[in-house]
Every structure is written in structure tokens, then in C-alpha cells.
Ligand binder design. Structure first.
Ligand SMILES: *Cc1c(COP(=O)(O)O)cnc(C)c1O
Length: 421
């Protein structure tokens, strides 16, 4: 494997034309699109369109424009639905990962008698765990005993059998990541949903690291609910509005946290004190949408519509496979461990390397223009992104890493993380 091989893969890449749609930071190889995706020219344009529509229409922007603000969250939900295999009315763009989890847990966690526990895992992102614990507390239940966290055998991955073994009689709700944020492992959402339903348990997934990176079939798998952010693989911009999915069989559920933007749209401005929820996932909205943080998603999601998830996933698998192969070929003497699962069906959109000098290796990489992200205590996450990275990026990044290791350049940095890893 050499540069020619990378260039050949780039020439054959059916998504190659999308790279020029993005602002690529100058002199950088950006492998951090799973923390903050890059700005595209389309997202920039639709953000400016929003500014213009405020300028031009003022209050009438809610209804008057080609893109009426009043329906923007629903429109974005419709555009997102194909990415996760959902019906359009099952998806809404609203809130953030964490607030959406609060909303969904407030809606779907209904402890009854001895069936009063929530099942999660010990590898999930902390915010999800904080939210679940506080939802238990709101219901007067002790998180110490009512939050069950499935353990990992190797510290990086979970097994389907271990999770199913914890689906006991006392579990009312299950919340798991679709792709683990560190190891990038994809959980078997289909099998887990089936097992949960056989035991009368509702199940939802956090799609933060999976949406825009892998394909999903949430409706076909009969998943009860899901939630995600849009600033990672979806490239919506820092703090862009998140999203949620509610299976249409639950449209009769009253939202746990009600607010007027969850109203049936025809009734919202009746100003009645009796809430009539929308008969869609839109019912789970709370207040006025954050339009400037939603606007870039119009352009960002158009790119996903044009590229198609199948092409994106195919290229993503090729990029991560190419990266793993190069790491093995070029870096075998430097004690890196590839921690992410190898199999295509279990590998998400990033590669996770461990090394005892990881913190300062990341700093050295950044100094040399490769943008990874560091995860405590010794992890290097590298996300070559299908829409804007090239195989040559991967080739160059591994070359730079090899030089850093050969010359021990990482020793110039402190082996400690910054405030934001
Ligand atoms: C990124 C991420 C979050 C972040 O939550 P926000 O509410 O969007 O800040 C939460 N959970 C997981 C699994 C994540 O990857």
C-alpha cells in the first residue's frame, strides 16, 4: 500500500466531488468530523438565508417565506428520516442529545411495581448517564439501585448476550448507544430490540456517533425511540439543533415534557390551556425552535440526500479499513493497539487507537496538521469522513504519525490533555 494506491482509490471514489463542497481547514488533515463536522458551503448559504429572511420578513417569516420557519423542524425531520430508516412523521429536529433523552425518558420510563429499573451500559457518554440518573431521581428512585449498567468484558466493547442477560423482569426501559463513542463498536440494534420486546421492555438508542456514518432501519427493527446531535457526522455546526425519532405506534403517548411547540399545528395558536399534541414525533418538541442553529442543517442534509447513505457507508468502511491496514503496515514497531472492532458489521465511522503516550502524540499530530481527538486515558480517535476526506489524507496522516514516532517528536509535549480533548 502506497501513495499510488491511495490516489487510485480517490480516483475511483464516487463521492469525490463532495470534498469541494466543504471548507477544509488550511494545511490540515481533518479527522475530527465525529466531534465537530466541517462547514459546507451549502450549510453556510442556508444559514445566511435565515439571516436574510429575518431581515426581510420579520414576524411574517414564520409563515411567509419559501421556507416558513413554523415548519422548519418538521422539514428537517423529513430530510433526516432516510438516514435512519424511519417514516418522515417519526422524526423531528429539535433540542439537543441530552434534552431529547430527558424528554424521551420522561415519556417512556413508566416504572410500575417491581418493573422500575433502567438498563444502560458502562461505556456510554457521561451526559446520557447523568440524564438517566436524574430521571430516576425525579421519579423518587435511587440511581444506585435502579440504573443497571451492563459491564464491558474488555473495557472497549459490549456483547449482545451480556446486554440481553441483563434484560430482567425489573427493567422497564433500555437506553444504549448505537455506536460507542470510544471504540466505535456498532451494537446490534435489531437483535437488542427484538430481545427487549420479547421481555416487554421499551428500548431506545443514542445515534450521536452513528447518524450520518452508518445505515439504520429503525422502523423496520421496531425501535421505540432514538435521539442524536447534528454537529458530528451531520455537519450542522457547533451546537446545531439535535433530533429525535419516536416509533409511530407511540404517537398516542403524551410527551413527558410538554410545551406549546409540541402542539397540533392547527391548534397551537388557539392558545388553549389544554394541550393537544401533534400526532407525529413533532409532539415531543418543547419551545420555539432555535432557527439559527437549525438553518445550516438544510444545506448540510441536502448533501446527504445527494450522496446517499449507502455510498457514504461504503466509502467510510473503505477509509477505515485503509487506515487500519496502514497502521499495521507502517506503525507495527510503535506499540499502537487498534481497539475498534475490525468486522465491517461492527465497525462504526472511526478508528480508535490506544497508546500510552496518546495525549502527547495527539498534540504532536495537531502541531503537524493532523486533527485527531484524544480520549482519556490513552485513546486516539481518527475519523476519516466519507464526504470530505480522501484516501490520500489517510496515507499522509499515517506518514506524519510515523515520522512523529520515529523522531520521538511527541516528547516535546506534555502527556496531559487540554480542557477540550
Ligand atoms: C456527543 C454526544 C453527546 C452530547 O450531548 P449534547 O446534548 O449534544 O451536548 C451525548 N451523548 C453521546 C453518546 C454523544 O456522543
Amino acid at each position: 500500500m502506497d501513495r499510488l494506491c491511495a490516489q487510485e482509490l480517490d480516483r475511483a471514489d464516487v463521492l469525490g466531488r463532495f470534498r469541494k463542497e466543504f471548507y477544509i481547514p488550511e494545511d490540515a488533515i481533518y479527522f475530527d468530523g465525529n466531534s465537530l463536522g466541517l462547514l459546507s458551503k451549502r450549510a453556510e448559504a442556508t444559514l445566511y438565508d435565515m439571516v436574510e429572511s429575518w431581515k426581510k420578513f420579520a414576524i411574517d417569516g414564520w409563515t411567509n417565506e419559501a421556507q416558513p420557519w413554523f415548519h422548519l423542524s418538521e422539514k428537517l425531520g423529513n430530510m433526516t428520516a432516510p438516514l435512519i430508516g424511519a417514516h418522515p412523521e417519526e422524526v423531528i429536529t429539535t433540542g439537543s442529545t441530552t434534552t431529547n433523552l430527558h424528554q424521551l425518558a420522561a415519556t417512556f420510563f413508566k416504572p410500575e411495581g417491581q418493573k422500575n429499573k433502567i438498563l444502560a451500559d458502562e461505556l456510554n457518554f457521561p451526559s446520557d448517564i447523568y440524564a438517566l440518573k436524574s430521571q430516576l431521581q425525579i421519579k423518587g428512585l435511587d440511581p444506585e439501585t435502579h440504573l443497571v449498567q451492563v459491564k464491558s468484558r474488555d473495557g472497549h466493547t459490549l456483547t449482545t448476550d451480556d446486554i440481553i442477560a441483563k434484560m430482567n423482569e425489573d427493567v422497564a426501559l433500555i437506553v444504549l448507544p448505537a455506536v460507542l463513542y470510544r471504540s466505535g463498536q456498532i451494537l446490534d440494534m435489531k437483535a437488542l430490540t427484538k430481545a427487549a420486546h420479547e421481555r416487554g421492555i421499551l428500548i431506545g438508542f443514542d445515534l450521536c456517533h452513528s447518524i450520518g456514518a452508518i445505515e439504520h432501519h429503525l422502523s423496520a427493527w421496531d425501535v421505540d425511540f432514538a435521539f442524536w446531535c447534528t454537529y458530528k457526522h451531520l455537519n450542522g455546526g457547533p451546537g446545531s439543533v439535535g433530533g429525535l425519532y419516536v416509533n409511530q405506534k407511540h404517537f398516542d403517548q403524551q410527551p413527558g415534557l410538554a410545551g406549546w411547540f409540541g402542539s397540533d399545528k392547527a391548534k397551537q395558536f388557539d392558545m388553549s390551556h389544554t394541550f393537544t399534541p401533534a400526532e407525529t414525533a413533532g409532539a415531543f418538541q418543547i419551545g420555539t425552535p432555535h432557527l439559527f442553529s437549525a438553518a445550516p442543517l438544510v444545506g448540510a442534509l441536502e448533501l446527504f440526500q445527494e450522496a446517499g447513505m449507502t455510498h457514504i457507508r461504503t466509502k467510510s468502511l473503505q477509509l477505515t479499513a485503509f487506515l487500519m491496514n496502514l497502521v499495521e503496515q507502517e506503525l507495527s514497531e510503535y506499540d499502537f493497539t487498534i481497539v475498534n472492532p475490525r468486522d465491517d458489521h461492527e465497525r462504526g465511522g472511526h478508528v480508535f487507537l490506544e497508546h500510552k503516550e496518546a495525549a502527547r502524540i495527539c498534540k504532536a499530530l495537531k502541531a503537524d496538521g493532523v486533527i485527531p481527538d484524544y480520549r482519556e486515558p490513552n485513546g486516539i480517535r481518527l475519523a476519516p469522513v466519507a464526504l470530505y476526506n480522501t484516501f490520500e489524507d489517510v496515507y499522509d496522516a499515517v506518514g506524519i504519525l510515523k515520522t512523529i514516532m520515529q523522531e520521538k517528536r511527541y516528547l516535546e509535549f506534555e502527556n496531559k490533555r487540554g480542557v477540550i480533548a
